[in-house]
Ligand binder design. Structure first.
Ligand SMILES: Nc1ncnc2c1ncn2[C@@H]1O[C@H](COP(=O)(O)OP(=O)(O)OP(=O)(O)O)[C@@H](O)[C@H]1O
Ligand SMILES: [Mg+2]
Length: 424
C-alpha cells in the first residue's frame, strides 16, 4: 500500500528521537548514519538532546515530503499545539505498531534495538546491532567538526586547508576488497592495520619505528587508491598533500607550508597523511635549485623524522613514480617500502574480473589478460570505459569479447601516438 514506507519513516524517527532523548547512556554511535548526519551539530561535535521531529526533519532524513499526509494512518502521532513538530501521543502503541512492521529497521538502528531488547521483543541484540552500525568517525560531518575546531583556533587555517585535501572515510570510492594486491602488499598492509589497532601496546613497549610507508611504482598501479582504501578500512580521515602545491609563489613560504600540513595532521589525529609526488623532493635536491626550495625539502625531512604513528596517531604514506630519484636520506626515513609493480597476467585477470563484475556480457577475461601485457590497473579501467562507451554508441549495454579486443587495439594505437609525441 502506498504510504506504508513513509509511515514507517515517520514512526522510526519519532521512536529514535524519543528513546535517544530519554536514554542518557546512548550516544552518537548508536544513531544510524542517515539520522545522525541530519541532526549533527558541527560546533558541538555531536547530536544534542532533545531531538525534535518536524516535517522538515522527516524530509531531511528520508526525503519524504509532507509528513502531514501520512500521519492519518498513525493514530498515535499528532502535531504539537503549534503545528510544527510531530510527537507520539501513546508511545507504547507506536512501539508495538513499529515492532510488527519495522523488524528490518530495528536490526539496523541501535537506538531502537536498545529499547526493544529491554522490552523483550523477539531476539534483538543491542550489542550486535551497535557493532554493525557505522561509527561517527566515518561521516563527513565528523571531519567538518574537527576542521572547524582548528579553524577557530588558528588565524591562517583557511590557507592551511588549501594545501591539504581532506577526505572522509565515507567518501572513499574504492574499498580494499576492490583492489587487487600482491601477496607482499597484502602482508605489509595487514601489518599496518594491526599496528594502528595496537598503537597503545606499541607505545608501552617503546616500539616507535613504525607507521611510515613509501608506495613505489609506475603510474596507475593503485598507490593512491590503496592509501585511500586504507582510510576507509581504518575509519580514519585522509589528508592528501600534493608536494607541488605546497610550493608557494613566495618560495620562503614553502617551508612554512610543509610545516603546516604536518601540524594539521597532528591536530586531526588519528589520521592518514598521504604525500603524493614524493620524487618532488629529489628534484629539488639537485645542486643548482633555489635555496628556499632546499630549505623546504629539509623541513619536510625533519617533519617526517618528528612525526610518529605511535605518539601522534599519524600514519604517513608517501608515493612516488620515480624511485631512482630518491636518495638514501629519503629511503631511510620510511620503515616500510611497498612496491606497486605493473600487474602480471594473473593479477590483470583478477583486476579485469573485478572491474567487469557489474557489467553484463560474456567475456573471456583470461584472453584479455593475455593481450594486455604492460597495462596498469588504470589502463585496464580505461579499456573498460572505451568498450562500454563504444557499445553504448550502438545502443548496447551488454558487452562482447569483441568490444574489448577492439579497445585493446585502439589502446595500442594510442600508446604508439604517445611514443611518437615523445611522451614518457
Ligand atoms: N591493482 C589494482 N586493482 C584494482 N584497481 C586498480 C589497481 N591498480 C590500479 N587500479 C585502478 O586504476 C585507477 C588509478 O589508480 P591510482 O590512482 O590508485 O594509481 P596510482 O598508482 O596512484 O597512479 P599515479 O602514480 O599516477 O598517481 C584507480 O581507479 C584504481 O582503482
Ligand atoms: Mg596516485
Amino acid at each position: 500500500m502506498s504510504g506504508d514506507v513513509e509511515a514507517l519513516d515517520i514512526c522510526e524517527l519519532l521512536l529514535t528521537a524519543q528513546i535517544y532523548n530519554e536514554s542518557q547512556g546512548l550516544d552518537e554511535d548508536d544513531i544510524p548514519p542517515k539520522i545522525r548526519k541530519h541532526y549533527w551539530e558541527k560546533k558541538e561535535k555531536g547530536v544534542k538532546r532533545p531531538l525534535s521531529v518536524s516535517e522538515g526533519d522527516v524530509e531531511g532524513v528520508y526525503g519524504t515530503k509532507n509528513a502531514r499526509k501520512y500521519i492519518a494512518s498513525l493514530p498515535f502521532v499528532e502535531f504539537d499545539d503549534f503545528g510544527e513538530s510531530l510527537r507520539m501521543t501513546v508511545f507504547d502503541l507506536g512501539a508495538k505498531w513499529f515492532e510488527k512492521r519495522g523488524a528490518d529497521r530495528i536490526r539496523q538502528n541501535p537506538v531502537l534495538a536498545y529499547y526493544y531488547e529491554n522490552n523483550n521483543a523477539g531476539n534483538i541484540s543491542y550489542s550486535q546491532v551497535k557493532t554493525a552500525n557505522r561509527p561517527k568517525e566515518v561521516d563527513r560531518e565528523w571531519i567538518d567538526s574537527l576542521i572547524s575546531e582548528v579553524v577557530e583556533e588558528e588565524d591562517d587555517a583557511k590557507d592551511l586547508l588549501k594545501l591539504v585535501h581532506i577526505v572522509a572515510p565515507e567518501e572513499v570510492k574504492q574499498t580494499l576488497n576492490e583492489i587487487v594486491l600482491t601477496k607482499e602488499q597484502e602482508d605489509k598492509i595487514s601489518k599496518i592495520v594491526k599496528a594502528i589497532e595496537y598503537r597503545d601496546y606499541l607505545r608501552q613497549i617503546g616500539l616507535r619505528e613504525i607507521g611510515k610507508l613509501l608506495f613505489v611504482g609506475p603510474p596507475g598501479t593503485g598507490k593512491t587508491s590503496t592509501a585511500r582504501a586504507l582510510s576507509e578500512r581504518l575509519k580514519l580521515p585522509f589528508l592528501e598533500v600534493k608536494l607541488s602545491m605546497t610550493v608557494s609563489h613566495f618560495l620562503g613560504e614553502t617551508s612554512k607550508n610543509v610545516d603546516k600540513a604536518f601540524e594539521l595532521a597532528k591536530r586531526l589525529n588519528p589520521c592518514i597523511l598521504f604525500i603524493d609526488e614524493f620524487d618532488f623532493v629529489a628534484k629539488t635536491r639537485v645542486s643548482d635549485e633555489h635555496a628556499a626550495l632546499k630549505r623546504a625539502v629539509n623541513t619536510l625531512l625533519k617533519c617526517i623524522d618528528e612525526i610518529s604513528l605511535v605518539n601522534d596517531g599519524v600514519l604517513l604514506i608517501g608515493a612516488t613514480n620515480h624511485p631512482k630519484l630518491l636518495d638514501n636520506a629519503v629511503w631511510r626515513r620510511f620503515d616500510e617500502i611497498v612496491m606497486f609493480p605493473l600487474p602480471d597476467k594473473a593479477m590483470r585477470q583478477e583486476i579485469l574480473a573485478k572491474i567487469l563484475a557489474s557489467v553484463e556480457g560474456d567475456i573471456d577475461v583470461a584472453d584479455i589478460a593475455q593481450r594486455t601485457d604492460g597495462y596498469s590497473g588504470s589502463d585496464l579501467r580505461l579499456l573498460l570505459r572505451e568498450s562500454v562507451l563504444n557499445a553504448l554508441v550502438e545502443e548496447r549495454k551488454v558487452l562482447t569479447h569483441e568490444d574489448l579486443i577492439k579497445a585493446v587495439d585502439a589502446f595500442k594505437d594510442r600508446s604508439n601516438m604517445k611514443l611518437m609525441e615523445g611522451h614518457e
